[in-house]
Design a binder for this molecule. Structure first.
Ligand code: GRF
Length: 188
């Protein structure tokens, strides 16, 4: 039986992309990378794993609907049925949300609903909270909102720097995301 095909959407360095690719017994085949930044490090990582990349420049399209239609065409060509966002810096619109309803998942480096948006690890560090973490959630039209699937806590230690905290949060992300992907797909 062939595996479910999924796409990863990412705009950055792609450490989560890599963690997913390195997972033994992943319950899906990663069929495509979708990326909106032509200089993103994740593109070279996709190349290394032989994953085709759809790299687009949103400015070349009249609006979000138009570029999301182009993305959907490419996803359908690759028979993608699930989307995993990993550092994708765009808010999905109704075109993409409706086509992949209930099958678009994001990872965010905080315990949502605390610290949504950019620089979530820095936000938590500067706020002086004792615990932050990682959230995997279904997306909606908001910024880091939508039903939560899984969370894991990360303690902020007395002698943590933002850098040491960032490392620990990312380590948790890299373990949690593949685990949650497998749990989600195995119950389908
Ligand atoms: C991760 O911290 C993820 O939670 C957030 O963006 C970051 C992407 O990092 N949404 P990377 O590109 O996977 O290294």
């Amino acid at each position: 039986m062939s595996k479910i095909k999924a796409a990863i959407f990412a705009s950055g360095t792609g450490s989560n992309f890599e963690a997913i690719m390195e997972t033994e017994h992943l319950a899906c085949d990663i069929a495509l990378l979708v990326c909106d930044q032509s200089s993103a490090g994740v593109i070279a990582k996709a190349d290394k794993y032989g994953i085709p990349a759809f790299v687009f420049d949103a400015k070349q399209f009249p609006d979000k609907t138009a570029y999301e239609k182009a993305i959907i065409d490419r996803l359908e060509e690759s028979e993608v049925s699930w989307i995993f966002l990993a550092g994708y810096m765009r808010i999905a619109g109704p075109t993409l949300l409706n086509r992949y309803e209930g099958r678009i998942v994001n990872i965010h480096p905080s315990l949502l609903p605390a610290f949504p948006g950019m620089d979530a690890i820095g936000q938590a560090y500067r706020a002086g909270v004792k615990t932050t973490g990682v959230t995997v959630h279904f997306i909606d039209e908001g910024i880091d909102t939508g039903p939560i699937i899984a969370q894991e806590e990360v303690a902020i230690l007395q002698d943590d720097t933002e850098e040491s905290l960032t490392k620990r949060v990312h380590k948790v992300e890299h373990q949690l995301y593949p685990k949650v992907i497998n749990q989600l797909l195995q119950t389908k």
